[in-house]
Write a protein that binds this ligand. Sequence first.
Ligand SMILES: [Zn+2]
Length: 321
Amino acid sequence: MSRIVVAADFGGTNLRSALVDANGEIVDRLDVRTPASAAPAVILSDIVKLFRAISARSPVPPVGAALGVPGLIDADAGKVIIAPNVAGFRNLVLTEPIAAELGIPVFIENDASAAALGEHRFGAGRGTRNLLHATLGTGIGGGIVVEGRLYRGAKGLAGEIGHIIIDPAGPRCNCGSRGCLESMVSGVAFAERARRIIASGASPVLLEIVGYREPTAADLHAAAKAGDRQCEAEIRHGGHLLGLGLGSLVNVLNPEAITLSGGLLAMGDMLLAPMKESMFSIAYGPASGTLVRLSTLGDEAGLLGAAAVAFERVESVAPQA
Ligand SMILES: [Zn+2]
């Protein structure tokens, strides 16, 4: 029987958990609503209850557990520094109290870093030694795998690829800087472009799609597909900028592959073709051979990412014979 870990993915709505084996097969799963209370004691006891319930269904005792959290994480200290979308997740030490209750090692990781490790171990990055993963969604996240291991940096904050500067005169980013990749190409950034196009009166097509609600990146794409040239140009320009960001990273890291996940992939080649073009146009020397692959983990990326973190951490102290 293969080793099994408990994996969990902490979102703003649901806390999803699963038993995952060493091949990345989900053996069983259990989801609950994210605790509504922001009290640390309630959050901890809800996680412990869920982990106990899912562990009890495991055919063999789980060897470890890991939790992916969207936010700034001090992975080595097992601490959430801040997770803006989850109430109560601020300067919260999670791993020690949960491990003490469960009697197995417990780890946490930033969800995008976990996703990188998940792609490397179980998904589109299998077989690579060095991998850059980018999550293209509401924001832009990333993770870096170097020589088969997650690169965490000095304080576990590595991989914040959304905050490399693309245009110093660009829009203000949540982080305080101007012109970060995330402030120019992301679900939020595309929605903002759509809002401006509507306000300018330039696109009756987009206005008809959106009506009186707030526009989204998907609306911009729908208008572009319906033939609106300006909306299409915005997406293509976004792809071009994304390629500049990723191409710069490729020049620094020389990964064998870049893996991509996230909702913006629904824009398809309208985003990805200009992205690849600008990426390879600036890739220096050997970096031009980097493969671009789409995530194969789909909806399970969060759980399989957390599982990969648990396996990596457990194996680093007790390698499987
Ligand atoms: Zn930023």
